[in-house]
Design a protein around this ligand. Structure first.
Ligand code: ES4
Ligand code: ZN
Length: 335
């Protein structure tokens, strides 16, 4: 109880949450109804049934199937606003000071939704979160690895104006990991580096189901400065040492890893090895509506498995602040 309060009060930075992954079953069904979206015939019929299905994902792709059906109920700017705003309220309650949030523009443009509908809805919520909750925010667009690279290039070009206006701050890469190695997207990342301004943040999902070579490609070819998940880094000592030396933060999502069967239990994550070698990491919620917990739940499960002392928690909180894409003034405020 005391520890729960300590973890809640600890200033947290979130670096790995998919806004579409915060769509709770309790919102999914009403939105489907409001927007007259017909869900697949074999889709669970109630939030209760859906929660049960969510408890039984076999792997990343089994989850993604539900994730894409779920986001299909988001149609209007108001839908995107409502979704992000309810996430920011939860984040505030969990003690989040700064949130860098992913979204998947192609998941919406493929269904005929305009990118500006998505970006404007999310940004209105982000502005309200900054004004009313005091949370600083950054929006990171992700490209879907299961779609063709030319589609990703088109999406990037369409997003250029949003970067120039400061509405999007970073580029990520998500969706199915196997068999889509990060190197496929080299052209996309160099386009972003050249066209989206000097301080564009580059990150990518790697080493969740793929091996450590996916992490190496992400650093060498995509020039990313963070790795999302990166669990499989532990399989290669040279990769571990490189992450430590180059100060590349892993954005871990412990509950996600259990639900998608990356590990059987959070205790199996090589956390002590990362700490020993000096690999910085943050603790995040990924797709909290699908995986049964928001950021504080993820902090709590890490504590129950690893029993970090206050000193170590201080160090982890500092990793998160230092690894955030924010000014040094904002970092000082959070520290
Ligand atoms: C994701 Cl956990 C995870 N991995 C890869 N892509 C994703 N998109 C949403 N959640
Ligand atoms: Zn993710």
């Amino acid at each position: 109880k005391e520890m729960h309060n300590f973890l809640k009060e600890l200033p947290k930075c979130e670096h790995h949450v998919h806004l579409e992954g915060t769509l709770e079953p309790d919102l999914l069904f009403p939105l489907a109804k409001r927007n007259k979206i017909e869900l697949p015939a074999d889709f669970p019929k109630t939030p209760e049934e859906l929660h049960i299905r969510y408890d039984n994902f076999e792997n990343l792709d089994d989850f993604l199937h539900f994730y894409y059906i779920g986001m299909g109920v988001l149609i209007t700017e108001q839908d995107f606003f409502d979704l992000a705003w309810s996430y920011f309220v939860k984040a505030k309650n969990d003690g989040v000071w700064h949130a860098e949030t992913f979204f998947d523009p192609q998941g919406h443009t493929e269904r005929g939704i305009k990118m500006e509908t998505v970006v404007n809805g999310f940004n209105r919520a982000a502005e309200k979160a900054q004004a009313e909750l005091g949370i600083s925010t950054k929006l990171i667009m992700c490209l879907l690895k299961h779609l063709p690279v030319p589609n990703g290039m088109e999406t990037l070009k369409a997003a250029t104006g949003f970067y120039k206006q400061g509405l999007i701050h970073g580029l990520g890469l998500d969706s199915s990991e196997l068999p889509f190695p990060p190197k496929l997207f080299t052209e996309c990342y160099s386009y972003a580096a050249e066209n989206f301004g000097e301080d564009v943040g580059l990150t990518a999902h790697a080493g969740e189901e793929g091996g450590p070579e996916y992490i190496t490609q992400t650093l060498d070819l995509l020039k990313a400065t963070r790795i999302d998940h990166g669990v499989n880094s532990y399989k290669d000592d040279a990769v571990m040492e490189r992450l430590a030396r180059e100060n590349v933060m892993l954005t871990l999502c412990p509950l996600s890893n259990v639900k998608l069967q990356v590990v059987e239990d959070v205790a199996e994550l090589p956390v002590m090895k990362w700490l020993e070698v000096g690999v910085p990491f943050s603790i995040n919620s990924d797709d909290p509506a699908y995986f049964g917990g928001y950021i504080l739940d993820n902090y709590v499960v890490m504590h129950t498995r690893f029993g970090f002392d206050l000193n170590t928690w201080g160090k982890i909180a500092k990793f998160g602040v230092d690894g955030s894409w924010i000014s040094s003034e904002r970092k000082k405020k959070i520290h």
